[in-house]
Design a protein around this ligand. Structure first.
Ligand code: FAD
Ligand code: SF4
Length: 479
């Protein structure tokens, strides 16, 4: 049995790598790339844990999953027990196991990584989430309080789950026709299958959370109406406003924001025959994606799957500074994505309104900037031009402005993020809390979930200080 191994034997075990579909096969479809662990491999990998006295991996996880304990249960064969440990801190383990940047979080802090390879914590979390039988939720006495959650991304979902677990009646309002936020409209299916997201959302609905899609707060309903109908409000509207480079030619046909391109494909199925959603026909075209983060990798790999002749990443720094998850970069390379480093676009040029070429400046690395990364500086006189048929701009997103712009009392920073109390998530309006990308700017799934959970705890305290619910009957018109 693996749990009888000595520390020395455990340390001698090599890291178990997850099986993946071959690059050339997977680059043509949207099926999931990673194939997951078998039962035997999951147990073997979990047995590599040397049960450190101070498990630094837990400190590396933004929501503090008890990694040591879940690995111990898994190594002993108790998958449901392992799932119960994870569920105490992480509502969406099947998702986090797939999309967390583990190398800079839990795995980055694993002691084994100092001399060798860290434990594959993310892959094991995914295994446990995919293979455990979920225990039935114990029924909880209703508190009588009603809470509105605006936005159904990871921040809103995590907040809603914790509030529902405390017996509060929760209604989630989502602007799009499908719940999940970036999990539904941004991250492609070959990384995060939709059934995984839908399964987690169904679990929330089974807990009694009501999800109302196609409701834009600030348009369909205003925040004042929501505040008067509910005892407290959580805002988790994310950062989905695309940033553009600000160079000539960005309005040519063929230049897209990554958000628009990915939303059309992921949410509106633009890649499927008969889809009513227009998207640029990338078949046999040269597609250039500008940026180096997860969104850029998602854009370029999606373009490749849609039949691009050449799909390339254009990044103004070098490989070492790429902010995307390492696994995404490796997968992109294996699938045939071309990487262009130290290049910065100056102008898109075209003919008859359509994109034809990009003029760009070659760069070199200078001194470190405020982020600690070496600043890219132009190489004097080295300006070139290259033909491209489609450009996807993936240089980041700004906070969604719609809701806050209709409520001047909500204090915002210069960059448009909501100002909140760091501990509680309380905004400038009493009873209105916020968290996730709308507060931090674009970050990670797990950090948004952590913020949602902290706000849920603070909402619980806020309600406890009130003697009885003040919420009225629902305010929406379609009932
Ligand atoms: P969102 O997920 O943005 O959800 C906000 C929701 O609010 C949306 O559904 C939106 O429609 C809704 N909304 C907005 N305005 C209103 C309104 N007025 N009324 C009602 N609803 C409204 N992170 C990782 O950890 N790993 C990854 O691999 C990763 N890949 C990414 C890939 C892409 C393409 C993108 C864009 C992001 C990625 N991220 C990744 C970042 C991560 O997805 C976000 O940090 C996270 O989703 C933020 O969660 P959120 O709940 O704050 O906001
Ligand atoms: Fe690691 Fe993310 Fe799981 Fe935390 S939630 S243990 S950071 S994979």
């Amino acid at each position: 049995m693996t749990q009888d191994l000595t520390i020395k034997q455990r340390m001698a075990l090599p890291r178990t790598e997850m099986l993946e579909r071959p690059g050339d096969a997977r680059a043509k479809d949207f099926e999931e790339v990673n194939l997951g662990f078998s039962w035997e491999l999951a147990q073997l990998e979990a047995a590599r844990c040397i049960e450190c006295k101070r498990p630094t991996c837990i400190e590396g996880c933004p929501v503090g999953v008890r990694i040591d304990l879940f690995l111990k249960r898994l190594a002993s064969g108790d998958v449901d027990g392992a799932a119960a440990v994870i569920a105490e801190d992480n509502l969406l383990p099947a998702i986090c196991g797939r999309v967390c940047p583990q190398e800079s979080q839990c795995e980055g802090a694993c002691v084994l990584g100092r001399k060798g390879k860290p434990i594959a914590i993310g892959h094991l979390e995914r295994y446990v989430a995919d293979h455990s039988r979920k225990a039935a939720q114990p029924s909880i006495a209703p508190s009588g309080f009603q809470i509105a959650v605006v936005g159904s991304g990871p921040a809103g979902l995590a907040c809603a789950a914790d509030l529902a677990r405390s017996g509060h009646a929760v209604t989630v309002f989502e602007a799009l026709h499908r719940a999940g936020g970036v999990l539904a409209y941004g991250i492609p299916e070959y990384r995060l299958p939709r059934e995984v997201v839908d399964h987690e959302i169904e679990g929330l609905e089974r807990m009694g959370v009501e999800i109302r899609t196609n409701v834009v707060i600030g348009r369909t309903l205003d925040l004042a109406a929501i505040r008067s109908a509910f005892d407290a409000v959580f805002i988790g509207v994310g950062a989905g406003l695309p940033r553009f480079i600000g160079i000539p030619g960005e309005n040519l046909i063929g230049v897209f924001s990554a958000n628009e391109f990915l939303t059309r494909v992921n949410l509106m199925r633009a890649h499927e025959p008969g889809s009513q959603t227009p998207v640029f026909d990338v078949r046999d075209k040269r597609v250039a994606v500008f940026g180096g983060g997860n969104t850029a990798m998602d854009g370029v790999r999606t373009a490749l799957r849609m039949g691009a002749r050449e799909a390339s990443i254009w990044y103004r720094r070098t490989r070492a500074e790429l902010p995307a998850r390492k696994e995404e970069v490796r997968h992109a390379e294996e699938e045939g994505v071309r990487f262009r480093f130290l290049v910065s676009p100056l102008e898109f040029s075209g003919g008859e309104g359509r994109l034809r070429a990009v003029r760009f400046q070659t760069m070199e690395l200078g001194e470190p900037d405020a982020s600690g990364r070496r600043r890219p500086v132009p190489v004097a006189g080295d300006v070139r031009e290259e033909p491209v048929d489609m450009a996807i701009i993936a240089i980041g997103n700004a906070p969604n402005p719609l809701l806050a712009s209709t409520v001047p009392e909500l204090v915002r920073s210069q960059s448009g993020t909501l100002e909140v109390d760091e501990t509680t998530g309380q905004t400038s309006l009493p009873g209105v809390f916020a968290g996730g990308d709308i507060v931090t700017g674009g970050a990670t799934v797990i950090s948004a979930m952590g913020a949602g959970r902290r706000a849920a705890a603070a909402i619980g305290d806020y309600l406890a200080a009130r003697s009885q619910p003040a919420s009225s009957s629902p305010v929406w018109a379609d009932d």
